[in-house]
Each structure stands twice: as C-alpha cells, then as structure tokens.
Design a binder for this molecule. Structure first.
Ligand code: FMN
Length: 191
C-alpha cells in the first residue's frame, strides 16, 4: 500500500493578498495534483515569538510548525524579498527547526524542499531564492532542482491567485511537482 505524501507549505506575509502566499498556493496546488496532502502555515500562523535559545517554552503556533515538519515528507517555502533577502517572519519560522536537531530525522533531513521567492525586482527575488536553497542544504534538506523566483514588477497575481506570466506559473507548478516526485522516491528508498 502506498502512503500519501505529506507536504507542509510555509510562507507568505500577513498582508491581505500576499503575493508570496499566492505563489506558494500555486506550487501547493501542483503538489496536491501530484497526489500529496498539503497543510498550510501562512499569514498570521507565522506570527510566532522570536526563536529563543534560552527558553524551552513554545507558543502553540511554533509547536504546530515543528510538529508539521516532523511528519512531513516534503516542504514548500515561499518568502518575499525584503531588503535583498528573505523576510524575518520566514527566517524566524525556519529557526524553530532547531527544535528538531535531536531527532532521528533532524531539521529538514530527507525532505524535498521547494523554494519560492517573490519580490518587486529580479535582484531580491533571485538572492532570496538563493538564500532559501542555501538554508535548505544547511538543514540537510534536498532543494528541488527547480526553484521559482517571481518578479512582481513584471508580472502580477490576479485576485483569484493566478499569475498572468505563464512561464512563471509553470515554474511554480514544477516546484510543487518536483517536491512530490522526490518525496515519493525517497520514501520508497527509506521503506
Ligand atoms: C520591508 C520591505 C522590504 C522590501 N524590500 C525589497 C527589496 O529589497 N527588493 C525588492 O525587489 N522588493 C522589496 N520589497 C517588495 C516586496 O518584495 C514585494 O512587495 C513582495 O511581493 C511582498 O510580498 P507579499 O506580496 O507577499 O506581501 C520590500 C517590501 C517590504 C515590505
């Protein structure tokens, strides 16, 4: 019996109509279409205290994030480009993976990670994508071959979340599909 691939999709901002959340949802839909079950940590779910090494107390949102990653086969992460890099909101969420350091599968170990960055220019979208992929490597995850950098100076999301630039839309779709492809292969290998 094949088990359903579990993907956790993390990202966006607290802004209504967040473009980085819309990008995340396009990639997540592709993961669903490829057969995965996807859970979301977006918007105000990301409003957790700054990760504190001197405390073992964790807010409910932080515990939820840690638990989701613990059981995930694949991860999607989408950040806006802020001042040339990923947002503090997303980096703080990632810092909580330190709480998985002592696990059998620490951090992002053995998990496919699809990275997405959205900024109002190429420079920040590309540098932010690069950061997400570097962090994935550092945390023992497997960045999918394709990442997606979306430049909202050149293409816009519609109110219903679709993207007018078909090439950018296809890149996001590919990221979601590749997370599931890798997760299926790696899960079969582990079993
Ligand atoms: C604090 C802040 C810093 C930003 N810095 C950059 C930047 O350095 N380069 C850039 O292209 N866009 C920058 N932007 C624009 C955002 O990347 C862009 O609006 C992004 O789509 C916002 O994400 P959201 O739509 O999910 O809220 C910045 C926006 C904010 C709020």
């Amino acid at each position: 019996m094949t088990q359903t691939i579990q993907v956790v999709a993390i990202g966006g901002t607290t802004r209504p109509n967040s473009s980085s959340e819309k990008a995340l949802r396009i990639a997540a839909q592709a993961a669903k279409d490829a057969g995965a079950q996807v859970s979301f940590i977006t918007g105000t779910d990301l409003l957790m205290p700054i990760y504190d090494t001197q405390s073992t107390e964790r807010a409910a949102e932080s515990l939820h994030l840690i638990e989701r990653i613990r059981h995930a086969d694949g991860v999607l992460i989408s950040s806006p480009g802020y001042h040339g890099g990923m947002s503090g909101l997303i980096k703080n969420a990632i810092d909580y993976l330190e709480d998985l350091s002592g696990e059998r599968r620490p951090y992002l170990d053995g998990r496919a990670v699809g990275c997405v960055a959205v900024a109002h220019g190429w420079q920040a979208s590309v540098t932010t994508l690069h950061q997400l992929r570097q962090i994935t490597h550092a945390l023992r995850g497997w960045p999918t071959p394709m990442g997606a950098a979306v430049n909202t100076a050149e293409t816009q999301f519609s109110a219903d979340g679709t993207l007018e630039d078909l090439a950018a839309h296809a890149a996001l779709t590919r990221v979601g599909t590749q997370v599931v492809d890798f997760a299926e292969a790696f899960t079969a290998h582990r079993n």
